[in-house]
Design a binder for this molecule. Sequence first.
Ligand code: MG
Length: 224
Amino acid sequence: MLLFDIDGTLMLRASDDHRDAVHAALRRVWHVRRPEAARVEAAGRTDLQIARAILLQSGVAADRIDERMPDFKRAAAEEYAVRCRDDLTSFVAPGVPELLRALAERPGVRLSLVTGNLEPIARLKLARGGIGGFFERGQGGFGSDHEDRTELPAIARARAGRPGAAYPQERTVVIGDTPLDIACARADGVRCLAVTTGPYGAEALRAADGVVASARELLPLLSV
Ligand SMILES: [Mg+2]
């Protein structure tokens, strides 16, 4: 089972509408005046983690944050749905559709997701990018499942397995573009391949089991 990250991995620079939707939801739910003024590193983090960091910098108390997180999840998905462009195909990373097509034809390969995006945002982004059909509903680990990315691979394995028997670690690989993707793979005891199509270069990603420059180069590494 291959657990793909979205931003920086399957899709590149497709996060402007997403960021704006998160900010709009923060204004709506907590009345944060200038969420865009907060300094937050978004790459590799979950949407809820990003929201919390902005809120704390904006002086919102932790208990008020927790109380209204469910409202935030709904608001962010709604705000993204109104902003998301109809066609995101030009934001799909080079080689990704071909890679997914080739992998989908291989017997025994399962395509799934581990992303910090809230699930409705992830699904819409992939659908508008024309690659949503590769990723089965009811599968994957999303920013809406847990604020902490390190929990997400285990959630995806539980969903892919049978009751009481999660999908095996030794047959699972996380594919992402940040040190946090590598950390979440390690936290769950699964392998990780990194791509340098996001903000990080090969040196910053050297803790992965393999580092490549593009999706095109992933296929040979996945030929087992
Ligand atoms: Mg990423």
